[in-house]
Ligand binder design. Structure first.
Ligand code: F6P
Length: 343
């Protein structure tokens, strides 16, 4: 069988480990052939491919990014996109697709499966917000990078007795903020799931300043929002092909508000794409590799329309429909655990 592999959406440490596992096992156990679609669904629609054999995937396990490139192209958004995709599969003799992506890429995979295309999905996102899997690869790496940054921020915050705010990614889920904030001993963690009260945030900050030596670290998720009507926020912004707004700026907004309300200097660090770049952690390499191995098993078994997922320590298959049904957000009890350490 000839199988096309693609990576869509924001890149994520571990993508190359999945590609490597899919190709290595597919060639080894079944003599199957692979092509890589360049830049996610764009390559599939335009028939833009790169050879993908065992040689092409050697040495890529520890490499961040994706050797196939990525984009946020949505074939269902452009008129005729799906017909062009089908035509390019026919031209290339590609019978099936392994789609590695987050909510958007897998949403397209699900629709294509409904429309008769043979697809298997692999979940990825640093945001860890896909409901059907306990963890996505990339998340552990993002949390590790953010935690290291927070550790560093502690020492400079203490030297200057400043509030240091660390803005992390995660879109509308607070997982990166929660985990890195807990691991890094943040004094306040703000997540989208729980609108914050700026007075309470400043109260925590002041309590920290009341200690002899220490200075506050505020970890804020890019999607965090104030309780309605309590703080003026800048509105609007760019949206991508899937209609997602570009987030960011909350750290800066908090900086001025905390500084003026507490009378102590504040500074913001926006970690941005540093969280997504570079080499994956061992946990992410192993998870991504296992996802790749199980994805090719599903394809070779002709089990289409499924996504591989982590449940406990097992890799299972779930219908793509389930995978894209709902976002996994931080539950109230998990936030309550972190709150014990605020202030
Ligand atoms: O979904 C992954 C993610 O890194 C989000 O955390 C973030 O909001 C978004 O992608 C940023 O996207 P872009 O790289 O397109 O700016």
């Amino acid at each position: 069988m000839r199988i096309g592999v693609l990576t869509g959406g924001g890149d994520c440490p571990g993508l190359n480990a999945v590609i490597r596992a899919v190709v290595r096992k597919g060639v080894q156990i079944g003599g199957h052939e692979f092509v890589g679609f360049r830049d996610g669904w764009r390559g599939a629609v335009e028939g833009d491919v790169t050879p993908l054999d065992v040689d092409a995937v050697r040495g890529i396990l520890p490499r961040g990014g994706t050797i196939l490139g990525s984009s946020r192209t949505n074939p269902y958004k452009d008129r005729g996109g799906v017909d062009r995709l089908r035509a390019s599969l026919d031209d290339l003799g590609v019978e099936a697709i392994v789609a590695i992506g987050g909510e958007d890429t897998l949403g397209v995979a699900k629709r294509l499966h409904d429309d008769g295309v043979q697809v298997v999905g692999v979940p990825k996102t640093i945001d860890n917000d896909l409901g059907a899997t306990d963890y996505t690869f990339g998340f552990d790496t993002a949390v590790t990078i953010a935690t290291e940054a927070i550790d560093r921020l502690h020492t400079t915050a203490e030297s200057h007795r400043r509030t240091l705010i660390c803005e992390v990614m995660g879109r509308h889920a607070g997982w990166i903020a929660l985990h890195s904030g807990m691991a890094g001993g943040a004094n306040v963690i703000l997540i989208p799931e729980r609108p914050f009260d700026i007075e309470q945030v400043c109260d925590y900050v002041n309590r920290r300043f009341a200690t002899k030596r220490y200075a506050p670290i505020v970890v804020v998720a890019e999607g965090a929002v104030p309780v309605e009507g309590t703080l003026q926020m800048a509105g609007g912004g760019e949206v991508d092909a899937f209609g997602h707004a570009r987030l960011g700026g909350i750290g800066q907004r908090l900086e001025s508000e905390i500084a003026s309300r507490t009378g102590h200097e504040a500074r913001t660090t926006v970690l941005g794409h540093i969280q997504r770049g570079g080499t994956p952690t061992p946990f992410d390499r192993v998870l991504a590799t296992r996802f790749g191995l199980h994805a090719i098993d599903a394809a070779l078994a002709g089990d289409w329309g499924v996504m591989v997922a982590l449940r406990g320590t097992d890799i299972v298959r779930v219908p793509l429909a389930e995978a894209t049904k709902e976002l996994k957000t931080v539950p109230v009890e998990r936030y309550a655990e972190a709150e014990v350490f605020f202030g």
